[in-house]
Ligand binder design. Structure first.
Ligand SMILES: [Ca+2]
Length: 173
């Protein structure tokens, strides 16, 4: 069982007043560290979350990068899954590229907020698979360097062991 600590960005729970809290490079919040730039924890009082009540905008005032680590077994394959969309608050910025780096895999997912609203930012599921080369694997998520304060938004990050392919003997019998 592989657990992404605070993969849903529900902590720290924002007080009922402010609906955004910014974390800058070098700062930590539960399970995560900001590597560069800034990111915002955002409450669903402002934009509907993908899961629970909070999520992260990977652009604070500009692009940020967050990192967490998960326990992995070398040689095993895992599936990373998460929800992503774009912060729709600036109608002039409609494309939001999220970069995910895990082990040797790098993937870019682009959300288009042309038709999105704060009530329905258009959350989508993203998944990809990696093979672990270490006993601790870093999951790195980066915002869009071409955007200002409205970046790709991220929620509900999970990592699961990928189902092994069935050997022929298993399905032939
Ligand atoms: Ca959440």
């Amino acid at each position: 069982m592989t657990t992404v600590r605070n993969g849903g960005f529900e902590r720290p729970a924002l007080p009922s007043g402010p609906d955004v809290q910014t974390f800058a490079a070098g700062e930590k919040f539960v399970g995560w560290k900001v590597r560069s730039g800034q990111v915002d924890i955002v409450s669903d009082a402002r934009i509907t979350a993908g899961e629970g009540h909070q999520f992260v905008d990977l652009n604070g005032t500009s692009a940020g990068t967050v990192v967490t680590k998960v326990d992995t077994v070398i040689g095993e394959s895992y599936t990373v899954s998460f929800l992503f969309a774009g912060n729709p608050e600036n109608p002039d910025v409609t494309l939001h590229a999220l970069t995910a780096k895990v082990g040797r895999e790098t993937r870019v997912f682009v959300a288009d907020t042309s038709d999105a609203t704060t009530l329905d930012p258009g959350w989508q599921v993203a998944t990809f698979t990696f093979t672990a080369t270490k006993v601790k694997t870093k999951l790195i998520f980066a915002g869009d360097p071409t955007n200002g304060a409205t970046g790709p938004i991220l929620d509900n990050v999970t990592v699961q062991e990928a189902a092994p392919a069935l050997a022929p003997a298993d399905w032939m019998l």
